[in-house]
Design a protein around this ligand. Structure first.
Ligand code: AMO
Length: 421
C-alpha cells in the first residue's frame, strides 16, 4: 500500500446511504480510529452492493485511500477499493455501537465486548491502560521493584468483616483484601517495592465508588523518616500520571471532551482535627474518633476546591479509626488519606516496625497474635522503619475521566449483583 492508503480490520458501526454514495462508519479494532468508508455506486458496483446490504455490527476488512486534507466530522474518510465481510451478527445488536443512541450502563456492562466499539468506551479503557503505563514508568524511575504477592491468603489485613472465605484443601483461606501484610514483610529484604493487583472485599455497599473486586496500586518503602516521605512519593505519582496522560492521551481525552487539569503541588495537607473544624463550620458535627463518611468527604472536598485544591491529604487520623499496622502516635496515628474532590483515592502511612509495639497494636485491636505469627516473624530480623500506600486504580481512572460510576471504567465489574459476564 502506498502512502495515504489504509487497511482497516474492524466493525461496521453505522451505514448511511445518500443517493448513490454509501457511508460506512467502521471502528478499527486495533486503534481508537473511527473511519468513514465512502463507496460510490458508479465506481465500485460490487462493493456498493455489499455495503448497502451490510448489517450493523458486521466484522469487515477494508482497503482504501485517504484523500488528502479530507477529514469528515466523526471519522477519517476513506475511499474504499476493497471490502470484505468476515462475520455477520446473528442476533439483534444489543446497543448502538456508534454511540449516537446512548445505552444504559446496565446494557453496556451486560454487553461490554460490543460496547467497546463505541468511541467513548474505547477511550476509557485506553486511558486506563495509559495510567498503568504511567505508574510503571514512574516507579521504575525511582528504583521501585515491581512484585507480585499471593492473592490466596491465610489471614486478612483490613478487617475480618470484608473477607471472602474459601476452602483451601480443607483449610480456611481468604482472597487478598490488599497486599498489605506481604508488602510490609518484603521490607525486610527490599527497600522499595510496588504492586498493581486486585483487592477482593466482601463489602456490603452498593455505591458508585465501591466494587467487590477492585484494583490497587500499592507501594512500600523502607528507611523512611516519617509519613511525609511516603506522601511526597504519592503526590509526585499522581502529578506524573496526570502529566503523562495529558501528553499521551490527547486523542482519548478529546473523545471524552475533557481538558485535563494537572493538580498543583504541593497538595494541601490538613490534619484530621483541622478537617473536623472545617466540617463543623459547615454544619457537620463529627465526634472525634469517627471516620469521615461520604457526605463529610464531599463537604470537605468542596471546601478544599474553594481554596484551590483538587487533591489534598488528611493526616493524623485517630488511632482507633486506622488498622493495626499503622504506627500509633498517642491517640493519633502516622496515617494519611489522599482525597480528590471529595473522593478517597488512597490511604497509607508509616507502619509500626518495632516488634513489641506491633504485638501491642494487634492486642489493642483485639486480633489474634497467633493468626499473624507468619507476619510478625518478619519483624524479628532487623525490620527498618517503613511506610507505604494503597491507591485505588479504578478510582484514579474515574477521577481522570470524570465518570460518575466506578463500573464504567472496569471491563467486567464485580459488585453484589454482578458475577456474570
Ligand atoms: P484502603 O482500604 O484505604 O487501604 O484501600 C486503598 C484504596 O483502595 C481503593 N479501594 C477501593 N476501591 C473500590 N472499591 C473498593 N471496595 C475499594 N476498597 C479500597 C480506595 C482506597 O483508598 N492497605 C491499605 C493501604 C496502605 O496503607 O498501604 C488499604 O488497603 O481508593
Amino acid at each position: 500500500m502506498g502512502s495515504g492508503e489504509v487497511k482497516i480490520s474492524g466493525w461496521v458501526n453505522s451505514l448511511r446511504i445518500v443517493g448513490a454514495v454509501a457511508f460506512l462508519e467502521v471502528m478499527d479494532g486495533g486503534s481508537l480510529q473511527l473511519y468513514t468508508v465512502v463507496i460510490k455506486r458508479h465506481e465500485h458496483p460490487e462493493l456498493w452492493n455489499l455495503a448497502t446490504h451490510m448489517k450493523i455490527g458486521s466484522a469487515v476488512t477494508v482497503k482504501g485511500s485517504i484523500p488528502s486534507g479530507q477529514i469528515s466530522k466523526r471519522g477519517l474518510e476513506v475511499r474504499a477499493y476493497a471490502l470484505n465481510l468476515l462475520s455477520e451478527p446473528i442476533d439483534f445488536m444489543p446497543l448502538d455501537p456508534s454511540g449516537k443512541t446512548p445505552a444504559l450502563l446496565d446494557t453496556i456492562l451486560e454487553h461490554r465486548y460490543v460496547a467497546l466499539r463505541i468511541p467513548r468506551q474505547r477511550a476509557l479503557f485506553a486511558i486506563r491502560a495509559l495510567v498503568v503505563e504511567a505508574v510503571r514508568n514512574y516507579f521504575k524511575s525511582l528504583g521501585f521493584l515491581e512484585v507480585h504477592t499471593p492473592k490466596i491468603c491465610g489471614a486478612g489485613a483490613e478487617g475480618g468483616a470484608t473477607l471472602f472465605q474459601l476452602d483451601y484443601f480443607g483449610r480456611v483461606a481468604y482472597l487478598a483484601q490488599s497486599p498489605q501484610l506481604y508488602k510490609q514483610m518484603l521490607m525486610c529484604g527490599f527497600s522499595r517495592i510496588y504492586e498493581i493487583s486486585p483487592y477482593f472485599r466482601a463489602e456490603p455497599f452498593s455505591t458508585v465508588r465501591h466494587l467487590n473486586e477492585s484494583w490497587g496500586i500499592d507501594a512500600e518503602m523502607a528507611f523512611i523518616e516519617g509519613p511525609q516521605d511516603v506522601m511526597r512519593v504519592l503526590e509526585d505519582l499522581i502529578v506524573h500520571v496526570f502529566e503523562y496522560l495529558k501528553a499521551k492521551g490527547q486523542r482519548e481525552f478529546s473523545e471524552l471532551g475533557i481538558n485535563l487539569q494537572v493538580p498543583r503541588k504541593p497538595f494541601k495537607r490538613v490534619t484530621y482535627n483541622e478537617a473536623l473544624e472545617i466540617l463543623r463550620s459547615r454544619g457537620y458535627n463529627i465526634e472525634w474518633g469517627q471516620d469521615l463518611g461520604s457526605d463529610e468527604e464531599r463537604v470537605l472536598g468542596e471546601s478544599m476546591v474553594e481554596e484551590g485544591y483538587d487533591a489534598y491529604f488528611i493526616t493524623e487520623y485517630p488511632w482507633h479509626a486506622k488498622p493495626f499496622y499503622i504506627m500509633r502516635k498517642k491517640e493519633e496515628s502516622e496515617s494519611f488519606d489522599l482525597d480528590y474532590r471529595g473522593m478517597e483515592l488512597a490511604s497509607g502511612g508509616q507502619r509500626e516496625h518495632r516488634y513489641d509495639k506491633l504485638v501491642e497494636n494487634l492486642r489493642d485491636k483485639g486480633l489474634s497474635i497467633e493468626n499473624f505469627e507468619f507476619y510478625l516473624k518478619a519483624f524479628k530480623y532487623g525490620m527498618p522503619p517503613h511506610g507505604g500506600f494503597g491507591l485505588g486504580l479504578d478510582r484514579l481512572v474515574m477521577t481522570l475521566t470524570g465518570v460518575q460510576n466506578i463500573r464504567e471504567v472496569v471491563l467486567f465489574p464485580r459488585d453484589r449483583q454482578r458475577l456474570l459476564p
